[in-house]
Design a protein around this ligand. Sequence first.
Ligand code: GDP
Length: 141
Amino acid sequence: MKEFMQQTFAIIKPDAVAKNQIGDILAVTEAAGFKIRALRLTQMTRKQAEGFYGVHRERPFFGELVEFMTEGPCVLMCLEREDAVAKWRETMGATNPANAAEGTIRKHFAESVGRNCVHGSDSAENAAIELAYFFAGSSLS
Ligand code: GDP
């Protein structure tokens, strides 16, 4: 990876996969300047989802979140560009699509604050942790 490049971890969540929106979301992603460095379709196990969202364990919506993330397949991705973490959060839009800016993925594709079609790491540190969680053993170069 070139020095000025950064990687982030992204998910196309089960709601969007079920609605056949993988292609549309990937098109927006590439148009926003991201290179897709890794991509895998998988259905998360309960254990994986609980581990991934461990920081939210005490939140009232934790059970609902784990149910949602395991209800069907999702797309796991490593995305790369300059300032990837911040740019992907900008491209996704606010957690609640009602508050998301025009032109963002969540504004266009998300149903609700829970079923909000995409995930993105919130810091470079968490991006590294999340990429290792799902792409351990693969070469992300
Ligand atoms: P993100 O970084 O924008 O994804 O937002 P958070 O880290 O705050 O929350 C993680 C995920 O939990 C969100 O993307 C939603 O899928 C889910 N979530 C957040 N708030 C709520 C809520 O109030 N209700 C439900 N059902 N899910 C929520």
